[in-house]
Design a binder for this molecule. Structure first.
Ligand SMILES: NC(=O)c1ccc[n+]([C@@H]2O[C@H](COP(=O)([O-])OP(=O)(O)OC[C@H]3O[C@@H](n4cnc5c(N)ncnc54)[C@H](OP(=O)(O)O)[C@@H]3O)[C@@H](O)[C@H]2O)c1
Length: 303
């Protein structure tokens, strides 16, 4: 129970910080913008804001999120298999066994925990592949160190959150007889949406990568095609749909995943707004004329 509270609490704080950062001048001018958004973001006016703004890492380090998340997911799969098959507990489950309590860790079934962890692992593996093999990042793009820490924490929380609220059913705290597990009816629609969203996120990242030729390595272009015709940041929308598909799988009963979904919507919502401003300032009339006025930022017909 303690770890569930810590993870949900941290995700709630991140969500609030992400939301308010747009309205606090110090945060808006120092940590909010990353990558291309830095070029048109508010400039820091105080020495403190300038100092904070300079604590950055290369944006290519995004791939670390997925690499670390994927390693954590594989470790969890191995530990859960060992626990279910041979009642042997690895380091993560041992920490839970010794320092945490089973309250709040019974309401998710074994089947949905395993499917959820499997989908999360596939998502992380695909994003790692895309960030290392498909995307063509510019050499100059940077992100604030706070984004780096938040990203690491977020993917760690999502990997553990995929099964934590069903962990008592692995026999961690008390021995249990492992029954053949059943899957909820939401499994098929959830996997269907997961595949659909993953396909479109992959397509959108391929479109963005195709805009970069060896000659235009660091340049930005107006992306066209697929969901870019309907949304400013369709790859963010697809990302949200991936978490919605997991939310459907758990029928909204996974608190950690729900807090993660809310953070994703708020965080990507704020960045979507900044990205639209960046396109308008960078490309002006050409951008305004390219798409119908009804085009949404992030969520079709909503935002
Ligand atoms: N779950 C979450 O909370 C969360 C948070 C953040 C991101 N994400 C996911 O991570 C993925 C990457 O996010 P991101 O913020 O890095 O996306 P992004 O800023 O759109 O960048 C994605 C890639 O496309 C390039 N790019 C972007 N716009 C371009 C343009 N107009 N012309 C040419 N190249 C362009 C970028 O180059 P540069 O190297 O120059 O930037 C980068 O290599 C997304 O799919 C997103 O959904 C998830």
């Amino acid at each position: 129970m303690y770890l569930i509270i810590v993870l949900c609490g941290c995700l709630a704080i991140l969500t609030i910080l992400s939301f308010v950062s747009k309205h606090i001048a110090l945060l808006r001018s120092s940590v909010l913008a990353y990558g291309k958004l830095d070029y048109t973001a508010d400039q820091p006016l105080t020495a403190m804001a300038r100092w904070i703004k300079n604590i950055t890492v290369p944006k290519t380090w995004f791939c670390h999120f997925y690499a670390v998340g994927l390693m954590a997911a594989i470790e969890c799969i191995i530990e859960i298999t060992l626990a279910l098959q041979w009642k042997v507990f690895g380091p993560v489950l041992t920490v839970l066994r010794l320092w945490d309590t089973p309250q709040g860790s019974r309401h998710l079934g074994l089947g949905e925990c395993l499917v959820g962890l499997g989908l999360m692992t596939i998502h992380l593996a695909r994003r790692l592949y895309e960030s290392m093999m498909i995307e063509r990042p510019s050499a100059n793009a940077r992100m604030h160190f706070s984004h780096y820490l938040a990203g690491m924490g977020f993917y760690g929380a999502m990997v553990i959150g995929a099964w934590l609220e069903g962990a008592a059913n692995f026999g961690i705290w008390q021995p249990i007889k492992v029954e053949p597990f059943t899957l909820p009816w939401t499994t098929i629609p959830s996997i269907g949406l997961f595949i659909y969203a993953s396909y479109h996120q992959h397509t959108c990242h391929k479109i963005l990568a195709s805009l970069r030729t060896p000659k235009t390595r660091n340049a930005y272009v107006i992306p066209r095609g697929d969901w870019f015709e309907n949304l400013v940041v369709p790859h963010y929308f697809a990302d949200i749909l991936v978490y919605v598909s997991l939310w459907i799988l758990y029928q909204g009963r996974n608190w950690t995943l729900t807090f993660g979904l809310v953070w994703t919507i708020v965080n990507l919502g704020v960045t979507a707004g900044e990205t639209d401003q960046w396109y308008r300032k960078t490309f002006g009339k050409r951008y305004n004329d390219a798409f119908p006025r009804s085009r949404s930022l992030l969520l079709p017909h909503i935002y």
